[in-house]
Write a protein that binds this ligand. Structure first.
Ligand code: PMV
Length: 355
């Protein structure tokens, strides 16, 4: 059984969606299936030190929901993040009944700059879910790795939907789809079909166009898909993109991959611009970059393309063997549109690691 005290540490990556998750039902059930590249360099490093409370004469005061934890972000106490963690704990306690019996000291830091517009919820929530699963594993005498990863993804989903796609790599699918064996609304799975070598070493250079806080959170964005005039068409659109991708990924069809990936990014932002209330997260420099990428792709016959998250930053995607040409182009022509030239060179990765 679980010891009185102990320390667990996981590093978990962020991910970038190719087919976007935008819209959800209760209990973090996605309105449509999604697919993402797991990243490598953008990670959250989380250490959980647990201590059993029983028998303590003066146990630490619980927060309003009855959980006992300290939260440190890059070495500093972060009270602003506590409600998010408490909400997460409330959602998962029925799946991890030991939660209230322990005091948790959660120390977390990101490899990427704070408030860079890089979503830290996917890497942060998956890292925390994995630490809690490592605790859980000590109660259950035989838990196979497969179950461990599935349940970690299941729990991570309850922290932040996209976090369920950060446990493994390099390509993870989440959300029930009739053409995808083993797909589930409850957890992400490693993409179960052939992936051509064209897609196994993709580069993702993230251009930091706008480092400010997002004006609209993704949870508000998801909610605005309820009653959205194009919601049904959008969910269908994502669904058929996933069907189409099966042969595209198997055959290494880069041209078709680009079409689907860029269409997904623009459709995500089109949903934002057509919801009530409408909003826009792209900035003028986002559009400049997209335009330059299109021009360069035509002129160079490379396979560079872009995708976007719920923000102004641009993820520039390209196969590894085009790095010299494409990164040269990024340096010469695109960094001028970033805040102080800031960017992150990332690539597809293989998922979370226990340290
Ligand atoms: O995981 P959430 O609730 O922050 O939603 C993420 C939504 C997008 O990043 C815009 C798309 C996606 O599939 O990751």
């Amino acid at each position: 059984s679980l010891k009185q005290t102990g320390t667990i540490r996981w590093k978990s990556p962020s991910n970038i969606a190719l087919v976007k998750y935008w819209g959800k039902r209760d209990n973090q059930i996605p309105a449509n299936p999604s697919l993402s590249f797991t990243l490598d360099a953008c990670v959250t490093d989380t250490t959980v030190t647990y201590r059993k409370l029983k028998g303590e004469t003066t146990p630490p005061t619980p927060d309003a929901d009855g959980f006992r934890f300290d939260l440190l972000f890059g070495g500093e106490s972060r009270h602003d993040f506590r409600p998010k963690i408490a909400t997460f704990f409330k959602r998962i306690e029925k799946f991890l009944p030991f939660l209230r019996e322990y005091h948790l000291r959660i120390e977390t830091s990101n490899s990427f700059p704070h408030s860079s517009g890089i979503a830290s919820s996917a890497s942060g929530m998956s890292a925390l879910a994995l630490c809690l699963m490592s605790m859980e594993r000590e109660f259950v005498s035989e838990m196979d790795d497969n179950f461990f990863k599935k349940k970690a993804s299941f729990l991570a989903r309850l922290g932040s939907g996209s976090a369920c796609r950060s446990i493994e790599g390099p390509l993870v699918q989440w959300g029930s789809h009739s053409d995808i064996d083993g797909s589930s609304d409850f957890y992400g799975i490693p993409y179960p079909y052939k992936i051509h070598e064209n897609f196994t070493n993709f580069q993702d250079t993230i251009l930091l166009v706008d480092e400010g806080q997002k004006q609209v959170s993704s949870s508000v964005g998801h909610d605005l898909m309820h009653g959205h005039p194009f919601a049904d068409q959008r969910f269908e659109h994502a669904y058929s993109h996933l069907s189409e991708l099966r042969s595209v990924l198997a055959e290494g069809n880069l041209r078709q991959f680009i079409k689907i990936t860029e269409s997904e990014a623009l459709t995500l932002h089109a949903m934002m611009m057509t919801s009530h209330p409408y909003f826009m997260l792209m900035k003028p420099n986002t559009l400049e970059i997209i335009d330059r990428i299109w021009e360069f792709r035509k002129a160079s016959a490379t396979n560079v393309c872009f995708t976007l998250d719920a923000g102004a930053n641009v993820h520039v995607l390209y196969p590894e063997e085009e790095t010299q040409t494409v990164y040269g182009f990024i340096k010469d022509e695109l960094l001028q549109y970033c805040e102080n030239g800031k960017h992150i060179r990332d690539r597809t990765g293989f998922g979370a690691r226990k340290i």
